[in-house]
Design a protein around this ligand. Structure first.
Ligand code: ZN
Length: 280
């Protein structure tokens, strides 16, 4: 039968297309492997920036407390000097209070200063660790990106090779059939050509009308399953399996339309119906 050669080619083509489509999907998926690492790196950089801002603030505060401390020190020193030149008890008391106040302020500013200095030290240490981590992550990421590029280009080379095989195989096949066939394989991740056995499509397990089975068996044209859009080829039913080749025994396409509503599988729903030339 002339169709046998065509089916054989389609099966070979099916293997080629499945592999090609698988590789294309891999190429799309591969960069997603880096997302987690890229997010980690972004978080590290963000927290580095925040620490750096804290550091700048602490630096400003440190400067302010240094200034305040110096002022308090010089006020106390001035008051201490003035102690030598006072004449009255009142002047003494005023100076004494000024010295005590200044000393108190000095102590407070020293504490503030120490706190800021300690904070600056801590932040500096954290930023150093952060920088080291960022550098490490960037290096790892660059290495993985390079690895991925190699992997992708290898897969692309393989795709080109498959496309070449596909080209060699297809010149005698009808272009519309090829277009549908590739689309089915893409949607179904695999099989675009299936047997019809005992009147049942082996792709979607729906019972097809006898006209289909007969047309497939005659093998004069390419017949698509009206449910799953796969190309059908005839296969003898095994013993015990009922044959549905009696036209009186099975429904017409109109009956099929009714059945579709009830029995159509969810995963088949997105398929486009393939129009076929068929005489009822
Ligand atoms: Zn089917």
């Amino acid at each position: 039968m002339a169709m046998d050669g065509v089916f054989e080619k389609l099966r070979t083509l099916q293997d080629i297309l499945s592999e090609k489509i698988g590789l294309e999907q891999d190429i799309q998926e591969i960069p997603k492997l880096l997302v987690t690492q890229e997010e980690l790196l972004a978080r590290l950089k963000k927290s580095f920036i925040e620490r750096n801002q804290d550091y700048e603030k602490a630096k400003i505060a440190e400067n302010e407390f240094q200034g305040l401390l110096a002022d308090a020190e010089s006020m106390r020193e001035k008051a201490e000097k003035n102690m030598d030149v006072i004449n009255t008890q009142r002047e003494y008391e005023a100076l004494d209070k000024e010295i005590r106040d200044s000393t108190e302020k000095e102590q407070q500013y020293r504490k503030d200063l120490q706190r800021e200095t300690r904070l600056l030290g801590e932040l500096d240490e954290q930023m150093k660790q952060s920088t080291a981590l960022i550098e490490q992550q960037e290096a790892e990421l660059a290495e993985r990106r390079a690895g991925i590029e190699v992997e992708i280009s290898e897969k692309k080379a393989k795709i080109d090779e498959l496309a070449q095989q596909e080209k060699e195989l297809t010149p005698n096949l009808d272009s519309e059939v090829l277009f549908k066939f590739e689309r089915i394989i893409r949607n179904k991740m695999g099989r675009g050509i299936v047997a019809i056995k005992g009147g049942v499509c082996m792709g979607c397990h729906m019972i097809l009308p006898a006209q289909f089975a007969n047309a497939v068996r005659q093998g004069e044209e390419i017949v698509f399953c009206p449910y799953c859009s796969r190309i059908l080829f005839y296969e003898e039913a095994e013993q015990g399996e009922e044959e549905f080749f009696d036209n009186d025994d099975s429904g017409s396409l109109a009956d099929l339309d009714d059945m579709e509503d009830d029995e159509y599988d969810d995963d088949e729903e997105e398929e486009e119906k393939v129009n076929i030339d068929f005489e009822e």
